[in-house]
Design a protein around this ligand. Sequence first.
Ligand SMILES: [Ca+2]
Ligand SMILES: [Ca+2]
Length: 183
Amino acid sequence: MTRFRTAVDGATAVEFAIIAPVLIFLTFAIVESGIAFAADIVLKNATYDAARTGRTGFVSENSTQDATVKAKIRNQAGVFMDADKLVITSLSYKGFDALKKPEPFTDKNGNGVRDDGENFTDVNGNGVYDIDQGANGYGGTAQVVLYTVTYPWTFHTPVLKQLVGNDGTVELTATAVVQNEPY
Ligand SMILES: [Ca+2]
Ligand SMILES: [Ca+2]
């Protein structure tokens, strides 16, 4: 009987030794995925909040609109991530129908794309032809502004890290489009 009990205990110990690392991996993977998911939501909320502040033209005391908007995002998202690694951009457009549209051009040779030498309208005034006519910045009164915030999120759990690829780093992205208030 004693011998039998020892054998059973031994089998149980071996089973646990095999299963334990799997359970530990699953636990870490689930927890880490949950944190990443929460971070993604925080990033989206921060971006949406900053865009809503941006559309009012609000500027903090002794600050600029750029610093005001970016501080809002960094403060909120900074709870979950390294604020210094946030990449915050904004592009302004004359209206919703111009969103992400190329600058208009005269397609002289009719090939559907703008070639060197074909005249174009420099909508964003940067001196070169762009396939996205948005102008950097927060736009003027009643303009439409696209806010984009990205963050390189890194997973640390072994295996999960390999599954994700790119050394465990994924790019979290949040965008918000708002129309500026008339100000
Ligand atoms: Ca052409
Ligand atoms: Ca341009």
